[in-house]
Design a protein around this ligand. Structure first.
Ligand code: ADP
Ligand code: RBF
Ligand code: MG
Length: 391
């Protein structure tokens, strides 16, 4: 039994306005918060181990600080901590990049005249600063509400109710998109529809109160909320801003993928773990170049492969071509051009394998489309084969 993707789901609710969260929903704050915490904790002779990330997510600045102080037994008050960390944080905000799909979502809603509000626990001034680094964002929001502009921050519903008032819509006609549990709680408490996009991996089971949990903004389907559908999906694929990745092929986890009939090349995750963390897990496709071999169509998974429960986010391209031999150690370069689906768990190995083959067929067909075909000539790939010649 294969999980059917969202083909003909009924419309959930009549939504007329959307309220977006900022950190973790539109902006990738990973590098930012942790870099600041790292450099700060060193001052106290402590080392950031990342475990508190769970506790900071979606909290107000004051509570977030309290969680860090407690966890690392820092000899200071929340207020003191905040005062010291604020300038560091403020300076690093320019490093916060939009999450994949964020610009697309904002532009889409704005272009279709859907009113959007922004509700963030951050202070108004911090929000303004974050918005200023992202072209077109500020102008797209009808309302912006900061944590210092309401009595209580999320998980209180105050912000969302305030946003609805400004938008002049009933809370039940608002859709909240949120990454954190306090944010989801706040949205439901406000009587709104809530789509959760957990920014921490493997946490979706904690978001049971949300009306829907999606893996990334790529998987948001506006039509399920009676909003205008995205128009950029083409033959079951979503074009993405092309990106490059490459390195030697290494032996993987020895799960016998060849035995299953799907040889996949494991790329070392060393050296580009940062890049990998920027992309939502899921199935992507594009073009692959292998040194001494050629350029081929490719479909791949990025993620933890829930069926095998990998401890690490991995990248596993399947080159859609029959090779005579292995190419361990060869340089493999990928130009990723499109997205197909989120990674999923499967009730049986056969159903997983069948799904991967379906992905392969989708990629195979899509790569003939001009939007994708043109990247076969990407210099990143052709430079693998260039021989030095004198003219
Ligand atoms: P694992 O232990 O990771 O399951 P495999 O037995 O699946 O390893 O071997 C994967 C290797 O197969 C890759 O390193 C690559 O050299 C080779 N390979 C052969 N054909 C393909 C293909 N079509 N796509 C990707 N890799 C392939
Ligand atoms: N593993 C999963 O657990 N869930 C998935 O949805 C999934 N999708 C994949 C899609 C593609 C195109 C490829 C190449 C692999 C995928 N995998 C997935 C990883 C798969 O479990 C792994 O490659 C096995 O080694 C396949 O035999
Ligand atoms: Mg493998």
């Amino acid at each position: 039994m294969i999980h059917k993707m969202s083909t003909a789901k009924p419309v959930n609710k009549l939504v007329s306005s959307v309220i977006l969260d900022l950190d973790g929903t539109l902006l990738n704050m990973d590098g930012v918060v942790t870099d600041v915490l790292k450099s700060f904790l060193i001052k106290y002779g402590k080392q950031w181990d990342g475990r508190e990330a769970l506790k900071i997510a979606g909290k107000g600045p004051l509570e977030g600080s309290a969680a860090v102080i407690e966890a690392y037994e820092l000899p200071c008050s929340s207020e003191q901590f905040l005062k010291e960390i604020s300038p560091l944080y403020s300076d690093s905000l320019s490093k916060a990049k939009p999450l994949p799909g964020a610009n697309r979502l904002i532009n889409h809603l704005h272009r279709h005249g859907i009113k959007i509000a922004l509700a963030s626990n951050s202070s108004r001034s911090i929000i303004e600063k974050k918005l200023s680094y992202n072209k077109g964002w500020k102008e797209s929001f009808s309302v912006v509400i900061g944590g210092d502009e309401v009595k209580a921050v999320k998980p209180s519903p105050d912000m969302f109710l305030e946003a609805a008032k400004w938008l002049n819509v009933q809370p039940s006609n608002c859709l909240v998109i949120e990454d954190s549990i306090p944010g989801v709680t706040a949205g439901k408490a406000a009587g709104m529809e809530v789509v959760a996009v957990p920014s921490l991996p493997k946490q979706s089971h904690l978001y049971t109160v949300a009306d829907e949990v999606i893996n990334s903004l790529f998987d948001f389907r506006p039509e399920q909320w009676s909003l205008p559908p995205f128009e950029d999906w083409i033959e079951g694929t979503l074009p993405v801003e092309p990106w490059h990745i490459g390195g030697p092929v290494i032996k993987g986890f020895g799960r016998g993928s060849k035995v299953l009939g799907i040889p996949t090349a494991n790329l070392s995750t060393e050296g580009f773990s940062n890049l990998l963390s920027e992309y939502p897990s899921g199935v992507y496709f594009g073009w692959a170049g292998v040194s001494k071999q050629g350029i081929y169509k490719m479909v791949m998974s990025i993620g933890w492969n829930p069926y095998f429960n990998n401890p690490e986010k991995t990248i596993e391209p399947w080159l859609l071509h029959e090779f005579e031999d292995d190419f361990y150690g060869e340089e493999l370069r990928l130009v990723v051009v499109g997205y197909i689906r989120p990674e999923a768990n499967f009730p049986s190995l056969e159903s997983l394998v069948a799904k991967i083959h379906e992905d392969g067929r989708i990629a195979e067909r899509a790569l003939e489309l001009p939007v994708y075909l043109k990247y076969k000539d990407d210099p990143f790939l052709s430079s693998l084969f260039e021989t030095i010649c004198s003219s």
